[in-house]
Design a protein around this ligand. Structure first.
Ligand code: SAM
Length: 214
């Protein structure tokens, strides 16, 4: 078996720490999680590069820096209940599962859910609850959430998600047009909502009732 720990530490040093991520918990999680397991075996040697990679169903595993940045912004605590929309490969899910109490994750392709579940089991994560479905609706049964992360680009911030955020919660979501978005950071302070625009980004579309049609 190939040892990827050298490449993984290089990724964290050069793409995460050098680019400004400071939260030690995020840094340690990214040093720990074997990112190469979340891509096709033929792409494993590229899993620690500074770019997104293709996964099945024409979707992508996000660039490592983007995962680090979004996770740091969420400022997750061990007591938190998190909702993730867009499981994809499951890499971001596991980073969150390292930092939070429980992660609820929704993916629209069942093929991706099945694949991600296999990896979660292999790595022994039992604080992840997943389902196949339209995440733009949120997950009412388990709301409210302390943190919400959306890893697909939405045309607008889905109101249902804001409603499912706890009164002092935080949420991060790419919003914009079909190909190009801006990361939006939403904070609730005793129900008062503030929205901040962060950096530009490119995510695959959020397809669903409160996303794009296709
Ligand atoms: N964070 C993931 C990772 O680390 O692999 C990357 C996620 S990928 C950029 C976005 C994912 O969102 C895709 O797998 C896509 O199928 C999913 N998606 C798009 N619209 C969705 C929706 N309405 N509900 C749930 N998942 C959705």
């Amino acid at each position: 078996m190939i040892d990827y720990s050298g490449l993984r530490n290089k990724m964290v040093d050069e793409q995460i720490i050098k680019k400004g991520i400071k939260d030690e918990r995020v840094i340690n999680a990214m040093r720990k999680i074997p990112r190469h397991l979340f891509v096709n075996e033929a792409l494993a040697h590229r899993a620690y590069g500074d770019y997104p990679l293709p996964i099945i169903e024409s979707q992508t595993i996000s660039q490592p820096y983007m995962v680090g940045f979004m996770t740091e912004m969420l400022d997750t605590a061990k007591t938190h209940k998190i909702l993730e929309i867009g499981t994809g490969s499951g890499y971001q899910t596991v980073i969150l599962a390292e930092l939070a109490d429980k992660v609820y994750t929704i993916e629209r392709y069942n093929t991706l859910v099945v694949k991600a579940r296999e990896i979660f089991n292999k790595l022994n994560y039992n604080n992840i609850v997943m389902k196949t479905g339209d995440g733009s609706l949120g997950w009412k049964e388990f709301a409210p959430f302390d943190r919400i992360i959306v890893t697909a680009g939405a045309p607008v911030i889905p109101e249902k998600l804001i409603n499912q955020l706890n009164p002092n919660g935080k949420m991060i979501i790419p919003v914009g047009d079909y190909h190009l978005q801006k990361l939006m950071f939403i904070e609730k302070n005793d129900e008062k909502i503030s929205i901040k625009e962060l950096s530009g980004c490119m995510f695959v579309p959020l397809v669903g009732k409160y996303g794009w049609n296709q």
